[in-house]
Design a binder for this molecule. Structure first.
Ligand SMILES: Nc1ncnc2c1ncn2[C@@H]1O[C@H](COP(=O)(O)OP(=O)(O)O)[C@@H](O)[C@H]1O
Ligand SMILES: [Mg+2]
Length: 374
């Protein structure tokens, strides 16, 4: 029988094995155990696209559900507080922790008055209050929070802070792109949220990537030797999406070679799979990130690619032969599109792995798009 490819190179899709997240999962679980005021109950998860934020929110939700907590997951949109209120209405009076006859639950939910006039605080209090009495709690997660308005986020934060003061079992985890979240929490952002336990999803250590790849192959009855595994793991640069993309394409290569039948991964499968994954990554991630940039922004990136580590913004300006102040619009645009990020005052670095290599390899073609010679 044809083996089903277990890897999941799709945004938000739960990976077969979660690499490098034990510490966050533990901190969260301890937070639920420790009770009101535990730091693990208030978390902010930041990282570039494809670093595994959405998946991590799902995992944290699973942990909460296993403990009988109710979970409300939302993605930032307009009128976010109202959206959360609506979700709380829907989950009203459904108790996941005990087996209830579905019909009874439905009948009860229908009878209950809708809480149309509630504000976010009242809605959260109604649900979290009941759950707290039962020794359970409520987890609220917000994904892509960089797209929310400061006012909405502040309103939600104030409500949650009140509930914590009132000793309700409530946990709040929000995730978003690093620069966007920093913006949201900066200057006049809610102080309460700035104190949220920060978890930046940067590179996953290569050993953990190896372990996750090995476990995924072996669980599915496929052997892979140490050398092949090391090459595969290295090629992911510890980037969550690449773990799935590389694994998926190695599996594919083995499948094609064996005409559907295979029980081991060869060095050649790894070589082919990594090459395909890399091309796919360039097309879907790198090219998408820099498509339709204005000329100055593209020149800025190409100038940055000369540096192995971070680039000095002053140095970039002198490479381009212009005053530093004339580049601030381009820099801001690149930061807001999560192509680059400030690494220290006056320094920037690439936010996405392999961007530098891509710019170096394609320098001439990229600049030619703007009629500039590389
Ligand atoms: N810890 C992890 N280990 C292995 N693969 C992961 C991990 N986290 C996420 N992935 C995979 O990475 C990809 C992107 O995950 P996602 O949560 O959508 O990222 P983000 O929300 O940060 O853009 C998905 O294919 C997912 O299966
Ligand atoms: Mg996401």
């Amino acid at each position: 029988m044809r083996k089903v490819n277990p890897f999941k190179p799709t945004a938000g899709a739960e990976p077969p094995v979660l690499a490098g997240r034990d510490a966050v999962l533990d901190d969260f679980e301890i937070g639920l155990e420790e009770g009101v005021g535990a730091p693990g109950r208030l978390m902010r998860i930041t990282g570039p696209r494809g670093s595994g934020k959405t998946v991590l929110l799902t995992e944290l939700g699973d942990i909460a559900r296993q403990r009988g907590w109710r979970v409300v997951d939302v993605t930032a949109a307009e009128h976010l507080p109202q959206l959360i209120c609506r979700r709380l209405e829907k989950t009203d009076s459904v108790d996941y922790s005990v087996e209830l006859d579905l019909m009874v639950v439905k009948a009860k939910a229908q009878k209950e008055e809708p809480h149309r006039t509630e504000d976010i605080y009242e809605a959260l209090e109604r649900v979290a209050g009941k759950l707290t009495e039962k020794g359970k709690g409520l987890l609220v997660t917000i994904d892509e929070i960089q797209d929310a308005s400061v006012e909405d986020v502040r309103e939600i934060a104030v409500a949650i802070q009140h509930l914590i003061r009132e000793r309700r079992n409530i946990a709040f985890v929000f995730a978003g792109l690093t620069a966007g979240v920093m913006n949201l929490l900066g200057e006049d952002g809610p102080t309460f949220l700035r104190r949220a336990y920060p978890k930046e999803l940067d590179t996953i250590p290569v050993g953990e990537v190896e372990a996750a790849l090995r476990a995924t192959f072996e669980k599915n009855g496929v052997r892979i030797d140490e050398g092949a595994l090391a090459t595969a793991a290295d090629s992911t640069a510890g980037y969550a999406y690449l773990i799935q993309l590389v694994g998926y394409n190695i599996w594919r290569a083995a499948q094609v070679r064996g005409g559907g039948e295979f029980d081991a991964i060869s060095a050649e499968d790894v070589e082919k799979g990594v090459a395909v994954a890399r091309r796919e990554f360039e097309r879907t991630v790198l090219e998408t990130a820099i498509a339709h940039l204005p000329k100055t922004a593209m020149e800025y990136l190409v100038a940055m690619s000369e540096d192995v580590l971070a680039s000095s913004t002053g140095e970039i300006a002198s490479r381009l032969g212009v005053p530093a102040s004339s580049l601030s619009t381009a820099r801001k645009l690149l930061v807001s599109r999560q192509v680059i990020e400030p690494t220290a005052r006056g320094y920037v670095g690439f936010s996405i792995p392999f961007m530098r290599e891509y710019l170096i390899e394609n320098r001439e073609a990229l600049l030619a798009r703007y009629g500039v010679e590389g």
